[in-house]
Design a binder for this molecule. Sequence first.
Ligand SMILES: CSCCC(=O)C(=O)COP(=O)(O)O
Ligand SMILES: [Zn+2]
Length: 244
Amino acid sequence: MASGLTHEQAEALVQSHDPEHPANLICDLCRDFYKLGWVTGTGGGISIRKGEHVYLAPSGVQKERIKPEHIFVLPFAQSSLPKPGSQRDFLRIPSKEGLKESACTPLFWNAFTMRNAGACIHTHSQHAVMLTLLLPREADSFKISHQEMIKGVRLGGVGKTLRFFDTLEVPIIENTADEEDLTEGMAAAMEKFPDAPAILVRRHGVYVWGNTWEQAKTQAECLDYLFEIAVKMLLAKLPLVGDN
Ligand SMILES: CSCCC(=O)C(=O)COP(=O)(O)O
Ligand SMILES: [Zn+2]
């Protein structure tokens, strides 16, 4: 740990009786997300940025069972993207042997640096995955209009909420063998689609962000609803865009 903090200072970063502390929230939210089928089988999760600190769950563990003492803390100001295996400054590494920070770290970082997000959620929801399978292989985005739940989604994930008559567009990128190799594809899609509130990953899931964890969560819920209804509409051969 290159933080210069004492052991006690580093531990204090994740110990709080406040249920709203990011280390407590990540554990609570992962339990809720598990029940929705979003983070089963260890994959998926949420990262929260509060001030200059980024809080991350460990990789490859049962996300519904993590405890605050398992949470990693990184300073938001990093000299380069914190890719797994690269040199980075931790403020806190859990003392439990063998824990590594989430493989999604550089993808969460895309949301923090490119959209100034306060939280980013990654789900393996079957609604998201099924949608990417039902859309034509060459489609580089999912579009839907005339759905009430569109109004729960913000421009670029962090701006004004969309209106009923707006068309929501979410880019789709191809999956890669390793999670961290999605980083550049996600960044390119975020540049090409500045109004998109999320990135779908074909045959894998979705990344959704927001100004705060509350906004990221409600947007993830609205989007998951829209992915689910879009799957049903496609199976019923109904058009996704338009009101006829
Ligand atoms: C069965 S999970 C495969 C890896 C993955 O998709 C993922 O989201 C891993 O996230 P983690 O936070 O566990 O590194
Ligand atoms: Zn994943």
